[in-house]
Write a protein of this length. Structure first.
Length: 164
């Protein structure tokens, strides 16, 4: 059994039109939502181990803010250009290189949305900015491409938390 924790970056700013997509920062709302989702994901069973994030500024800021809110050591976060992708197949390829039983991805849609759907066989309406998902996947190795072998254990968004 493998467990995949997925965080989509928070709401990003389009304020500076001169910034490239990878350099866009979070809006204030994105920073606030990261704190909110930090505590909810911890309560849902996320422990902050084996964390791999897209190297995009908005993804880095999201996971950094989550770690700060929980008092975790950010030195253990690995930032990767490989995770700056919008294609779930690239994430699947990346996962085949992993050996951990439980790991965390921080990245972007549509890749994360599609990855969740691919593993779970569930048609998600959306995987919004700042959201967290926990997937349990019935495989012994990430090398086993296992469509529809996953179960969504938790799916939490900042909006759900604010409306609770």
């Amino acid at each position: 059994m493998k467990t995949l924790h997925i965080f989509r970056h928070g709401k990003s700013s389009w304020k500076d039109p001169l910034l490239g997509d990878k350099e866009r920062p979070l809006k204030k709302r994105g920073l606030k939502d990261a704190v909110l989702i930090a505590h909810a994901s911890l309560a849902a069973g996320w422990a902050g181990n084996s964390v791999f994030s897209s190297s995009a500024v908005r993804a880095r800021q999201t996971i950094d803010e989550i770690f700060d809110a929980l008092g975790l050591d950010k030195a253990q976060i690995i930032y990767s250009d490989e995770l700056y992708t919008f294609d779930y197949r690239q994430l699947l390829d990346w996962l085949t290189q992993r050996s951990e039983d439980e790991l965390t991805l921080v990245g972007h849609n549509p890749a994360l949305h599609d990855l969740i759907e691919w593993y779970s066989g569930t048609n998600l309406e959306k995987f919004p900015t700042g959201a967290y998902c926990q997937l349990d996947i019935d495989v012994d190795s990430w090398l086993m491409f296992s469509q529809e072998k996953g179960v969504i254990k938790k799916l939490i968004s900042p909006k759900i938390l604010k409306n609770a």
